[in-house]
Design a protein around this ligand. Sequence first.
Ligand code: G3I
Length: 302
Amino acid sequence: AETLGAAAAQSGRYFGAAVAPNYFGEAGYASTMDREFNSLVAENAMKWDATEPNRGQFTFGGGDQIVSRAQSRGMTVRGHTLVWHAQYPGWVGGLSGNDLRQAMVSHINGVAGHYRGKIHSWDVVNEAFEWDGSRRQSIFQQRLGGGYIEEAFRAARAADPGAKLCYNDYGTDGVNAKSTAIYNMVVDFRNRGVPIDCVGFQSHLDWNSDLSSYQSNLQRFANLGVDVQITELDIGGSGTGQAGAYQRVTQACLAVARCTGITVWGVTDKYSWRSSATPLLFDGNYQKKTAYASVLAALNGA
Ligand code: G3I
């Protein structure tokens, strides 16, 4: 196959990109997005600050643009993200105890409810753990207690029963203290019937990142009966070094039956959140990089 999406689809997987609707008017951006990917995720447009800037007043303009673009082209959509310690509006920070709990559940109801039936998988909770495996001391952890994660998953299931519900994090690109803490949470959730369907591995990497346990880490989660997804892939570097790391990550996903798809965190180096790292598959002129060729070849079974 000749595009990333079509090549991934050969094995029933998706290949997606994080996008921002304010670039849809740029011809190179739009044509690359429409041609290459069969899944989209909002880089920022579905976050709490964007969707509920004032309590109870929801604004879905950017997210709706992404969903309609995807639907008109037969792409699936990932939802990102319902509960996160960053990019929530100021009013959330002023709430305490039960008020914050009510606000969290209403936010999940409002956003996941609005997109009900249109989202392939939701990043329900994002980045709740520290490197050492302890819980991040976010306002949610501190004011609601550790049970907030399962409360969020239960609310999301009720709001959109058809969406797969994911826990998503970074620095989980191998077997380490952080990924093991998340692994233990998934074991616990499965044992107690807390609804969780997938784990997202962001995979913000560099060309020389240690990938020695990348695949085995995906596999140990898959063995628990959840899907795994590579959700925010970008790899700092250039040329063959960068291409080699992209190839390894792609091959690792293909080797794990329950690794259902890969999303790169942006279309072009020009608009990457880490632009100085040139971490994506298309350069600033929308030309295919060496890394693009290695990913496409890997998806085609090379
Ligand atoms: O929208 C405002 C705009 O009105 C203002 O003029 C401008 C001035 O700085 O800022 C704009 O907001 C920025 C927003 O991106 C949209 O461009 C924020 O400052 C900026 O902080 C925000 O950065 C995003 C970041 O999350 C926030 O933490 C990045 O684009 C986005 O790529 C990044 O994505 C995260 C994932 O959600 C979670 N995993 C890590 C990943 C990388 O940090």
